[in-house]
Design a protein around this ligand. Structure first.
Ligand SMILES: [Zn+2]
Ligand SMILES: [Zn+2]
Length: 777
């Protein structure tokens, strides 16, 4: 009787449905509803054929999305009817590869709760085994060579499963059914400890290696640890001397470093953790989260000198869990590289590049196919909590997030956008997906360029994309621009202005549709090539994907000495004050001769490009206020000014209105220029009156927020626009965000902030791709 009523449905599911336990879920679901047929993975997703009574089929299709496994992200389900075939059972069939089709794969996922329990259970066969994983966790994009995502196409290919692992892998009801990286101490990869003097000489193997590595770290040594997407350099975060050695060897005197802590409870001892931040820390992506650092924390202040925030992450591999628990204290975990080089990938590369930096290596024999740095997130609860403005934002989008696509609110062609020079990412589009690469880095050395080119090749291959359009930055000297000039050969080449790309990225990040109308875009950062050949970065635009118009900007000021000014903010302070007032500010420690040279450069315009960049203004004010004259990493002076101002301003928000310095809006023909003479004079008067730098910094941040609001209100009046998009590296400044966003919302604006891609140059490629798509139409 049941046979007579049998119907057959063919179901195709698109999204992240492979490597996440989707087929066993389908298998169980079919059994629950007493249906027959099959399920299989192919290059484009999962295909299902189910046969049975109509009501059971309907319930099956409903439950397919309603009860999908935790890591699955379903993008589309297509269902069609076909004549019944008389299937006698339900089975899982072998994967099928198809030309030109692609699939979404889950990014790498932190060790799940079930695996952690096994890892810490002395009775379990995977007790302390550093490669424990299952369908719900473990490596993905760091080990994949090709699709479909199956073991032979990953770097697990050399490891043949033992009978016990094979049984798990074959059993649809097991948590490790088709877990491609499945492994155990009998059959899987293993770790060893290796000295640096004689490469390859092993000091200890397997669990002994982990215990000895822990002992070395406790004794103040610097270790290179092979992880998921590359090597880390690690040392005891409570040991100032060990950290000093690491910083000295790495050539990174002051840039904040990240710390790994064993558990959330540990994190709470060192930092203030909100519920949202706790959620981020413990999420399956397991990013570094910037947290307010407690004064009583035993993590040495030199980990993030002059900073109120500490970058913290939880263990995300079994090796981290075991090591951190053995140690019982936090570990500095910074990318295994020399300053500015990409994270080391292969064992030989690590021996060569990190040998001089580390005292020993904790190595393993599972290859890393693609480099992924740790992702960095921050959460500023500013603005209306109902609104998106209070969502967490990425600072670096990498392991755990990339290359999971950003959904576009339109169908794009096949486009490659090559990004910017610093914090580079690139973006490939097809259908309604924008695949942003992981963080590639600063394009300053051969290793990074190779990382850039090989990552483009890999993602083009994995997602079967052959770009017809290539988008790039206007800056003629960017490496990415030069790459775009020669690759791919027959593509249509479209240059995109840096700050317009920032605003377009913010819009796409928020799902802004092509017909949703124009917005006011505020793009504030440290540098970007302008349409007039000057250096922009304090920009207000009006427009949308179909085109932007520059509506206002900070006035042009001299970058005396070009790049030298970026690393010596005293040059900015002097050049700005001299250009605007004709006077020379008091800069203790700067020689008269140096002052004379800079003044001359400004007068004659010698090696002195003009810039409207807001980031440079923050640096200049920091130097003028005596916070810092020279920097060793980008935005260091501005960050230290923000920290001082934040401490000063704690609890003073209510009086904000009266604290700003004056500024002037000058109306040109079709653009408003923000004049800063009175602002700088006000700061100099305060310095003469011995007002503390922290208070000056506080007032300056208020001024910048008020200035932004004033300009936007004027543009809104003229054009009737009430939505704003904020983008550019300056919006990593929490104090600025915390002042500007509520102020803008009080003024009636809806404020769009980044949520999926960074506001800094790491998000540029998304905007380039989107603008190139509409330009190419
Ligand atoms: Zn697991
Ligand atoms: Zn095994």
């Amino acid at each position: 009787m049941a046979k007579a009523a049998a119907r057959l449905k063919q179901v195709s599911v698109r999204g992240v449905v492979q490597g996440v336990g989707f087929r066993p879920f389908v298998y169980r679901l079919a059994h629950d509803h007493q249906l027959t047929g099959w399920v299989l993975n192919h290059s484009g997703g999962v295909e299902i054929e189910v046969e049975g009574p109509a009501p059971a089929l309907d319930a099956f299709v409903h439950d397919l999305t309603a009860q999908a496994p935790p890591l699955a992200r379903i993008v589309a389900v297509e269902v069609s009817d076909a004549p019944p075939k008389g299937h006698s059972a339900f089975e899982i069939r072998h994967s099928v590869a198809q030309e030109g089709r692609y699939q979404l794969i889950s990014p790498d996922i932190a060790t799940c709760g079930d695996c952690l329990r096994e890892l810490l259970d002395p009775g379990d066969r995977r007790y302390r085994y550093p490669f424990t994983n299952c369908t719900n966790c473990g490596p993905r994009f760091t080990i994949i060579r090709d699709i479909p995502y199956d073991r032979p196409l990953t770097t697990m290919q050399p490891f043949a499963m033992c009978p016990a692992c094979q049984r798990e892998y074959d059993d649809p009801l097991d948590r490790r059914f088709h877990a491609q990286p499945n492994a155990c101490p009998v059959c899987g990869p293993h770790v060893w400890l290796e000295g640096v003097g004689e490469p390859g000489r092993r000091l200890a193997e397997r669990d002994d290696a982990i215990r000895q590595a822990g002992a070395m770290l406790l004794a103040g040594k610097v270790l290179a640890l092979k992880g998921l997407g590359g090597f880390h350099l690690a040392c005891d975060a409570t040991n100032g001397a060990a950290l000093g050695i690491l910083r000295g060897r790495k050539g990174r005197p002051a840039k904040p470093l990240a710390v790994m802590m064993a558990t959330l409870d540990d994190v709470r001892q060192h930092c203030i953790v909100s519920d949202e931040e706790a959620g981020l820390l413990a999420s399956q992506q397991c990013p570094i989260v910037l947290l307010r650092w407690r004064g009583e924390s035993t993590v040495t202040r030199a980990v993030a000198p002059g900073n109120l925030y500490l970058g913290v992450m939880l263990p995300y591999t079994p090796l981290h869990h075991v090591l951190l628990r053995d140690l019982g204290r936090p570990l500095v975990m910074t990318s295994g590289n020399l300053s500015e080089e990409p994270i080391a990938q292969t064992n030989d590369e690590a021996r060569r590049r990190l040998g001089p930096l580390a005292d020993a290596f904790l190595m393993h024999n599972r290859d890393i196919y693609a480099r992924y740095d740790d992702a960095v997130m921050f959460h500023v609860p500013c603005g209306n909590p109902e609104d998106q403005a209070s969502s967490p934002q990425p600072i670096r989008r990498s392991r755990g997030y990339a290359p999971f696509p950003v959904r576009l609110p339109f169908e794009a062609g096949q486009i490659l956008a090559v990004g910017a020079e610093l914090k580079n990412t690139f973006c490939l589009t097809r259908d309604d997906f924008a695949f942003l690469s992981q963080h590639i880095g600063d394009m300053e050395n051969l290793e990074t360029l190779e990382h850039f080119e090989s990552s483009i090749a890999l993602l083009q291959h994995l997602f079967r994309i052959e770009p017809k359009v290539i988008a790039y930055d206007l800056h003629p000297d960017y490496f990415s621009t030069k790459y775009a000039a020669r690759n791919p050969q027959h593509a249509l080449r479209i240059p995109v202005q840096h700050h317009e790309a920032h605003i377009a990225a913010c819009l796409a990040d928020n799902g802004w549709g092509p017909d949703d109308g124009p917005v006011i875009g505020v793009a504030w950062d440290g540098t970007g090539y302008g349409l007039d050949g000057k250096i922009w970065g304090g920009e207000f635009f009006v427009g949308d994907y179909h085109g932007f118009k520059r509506a206002a900007h900070l006035e042009y000021l001299p970058l005396a000495g070009g790049d030298a000014a970026v690393y010596n903010p005293w040059r900015l302070a002097l050049g700005y004050v001299y250009a605007l007032t004709g006077t020379v500010p008091d800069l203790p420690g700067v020689s008269e001769q140096a002052v004379r040279i800079v003044c001359q450069q400004v007068e004659l315009g010698l090696n002195t490009p003009l810039t409207s960049a807001a980031g440079r203004l923050f640096d200049a004010v920091a130097a003028l206020a005596g916070v810092r004259h020279e920097v060793t990493y980008e935005a260091q002076a501005a960050i230290e000014l923000e920290m001082l101002a934040t401490l000063w301003g704690g609890g003073m928000q209510a009086e904000a209105g009266s604290l700003a310095y004056p500024f002037d809006l000058e109306h040109g023909d079709d653009v408003v220029v923000i004049r800063l003479r009175r602002l700088l004079e006000g700061i100099q008067d305060d310095l003469a009156g011995d007002r503390p730098p922290a208070e000056i910094g506080w007032c300056f941040h208020h001024t910048m927020a008020e200035l932004m609001i004033a300009v936007c209100q004027q543009l809104a009046r003229e054009r009737g626009l009430l939505t704003m998009a904020l983008s550019g590296g300056c919006f990593q400044n929490r104090l600025l965000l915390g002042l500007a966003v509520p102020g803008l919302e009080r003024a009636g604006f809806r404020v769009l902030l980044h949520r999926q891609v960074p506001c800094n140059d790491g998000g540029i490629s998304l905007g380039q791709a989107v603008l190139a798509h509409f330009e190419a139409q």
